[in-house]
Write a protein that binds this ligand. Structure first.
Ligand SMILES: Nc1ncnc2c1ncn2[C@@H]1O[C@H](COP(=O)(O)OP(=O)(O)OP(=O)(O)O)[C@@H](O)[C@H]1O
Ligand SMILES: O=C(O)C1=C[C@@H](O)[C@@H](O)[C@H](O)C1
Ligand SMILES: [Mg+2]
Length: 178
């Protein structure tokens, strides 16, 4: 069993929004590893960061991603920082991975009103977001099979784009060493 598509990208890229809409368009189930981590820990992501620390969150996240990749056959959205783990990127090499890209200004705008993202809760969310994008863009691109810019597209347009890309390459050839 393998997800139809795994959705990755920075905070605010739309992984949850687009992932849910993509699953509905394809008539498959949707799963989000952030929700899996919250269910396992029994508390919100912010509390895990505050009470247990980011390394504890990342360990829960890597385990949640490995389980979901093995169990889920619909659309799977990953937490924004999942790609930081070498083990997760190695697992993703065998999957169809949609990278939802978002630029700095739009990413800050979309995440600005929420307090639910502990990494962006500091005094200068814009600087933090820029550091995060600089560090992660190569990692998202390393494992993506489809990259979709989202800054000036509606969720409907983005879903159409992804459905078209999946139809054009329905059976991804496994990469070497998989
Ligand atoms: N294409 C889009 N155009 C405009 N707004 C969008 C778009 N995609 C998502 N949004 C909005 O941006 C916000 C963040 O979206 P969402 O929660 O889906 O992002 P995410 O990638 O799942 O973030 P996180 O990494 O924190 O889980 C939401 O308010 C959502 O409605
Ligand atoms: O980008 C990140 O590192 C994060 C994104 C969210 O999806 C959550 O997984 C958490 O807030 C961390
Ligand atoms: Mg999300």
């Amino acid at each position: 069993m393998s997800p139809v598509a795994v959705v990755v990208g920075p905070p605010g890229a739309g992984k949850t929004t687009i992932g849910e809409a993509l699953a509905a368009a394809l008539g498959v189930g949707f799963r989000d590893t952030d929700a899996d981590v919250v269910a396992t820990a029994g508390k919100p992501v912010t509390d895990i960061f505050t009470e247990d620390g980011e390394p504890a969150f990342r360990a829960l996240e890597a385990a949640a991603v490995a389980t979901a990749l093995a169990e889920h056959d619909g659309v799977l959205a990953l937490g924004g920082g999942s790609v930081l783990a070498d083990s997760t990127r190695a697992l993703l090499a065998a999957h169809t991975v949609v990278f939802l890209n978002v630029g700095l200004a739009e990413g800050v705008r979309r995440t600005g009103l929420s307090t639910a993202r502990p990494l962006l809760a500091g005094v200068n969310p814009r600087a933090t977001f820029k550091e995060l994008l600089d560090a992660r863009l190569p990692l998202y691109r390393e494992i993506a099979t489809v990259e979709v810019p989202t800054d000036s597209a509606t969720p409907e347009e983005i879903v159409d784009h992804i459905v078209g890309a999946l139809r054009a390459a329905p059976h991804q050839t496994p990469r070497p060493n998989q």
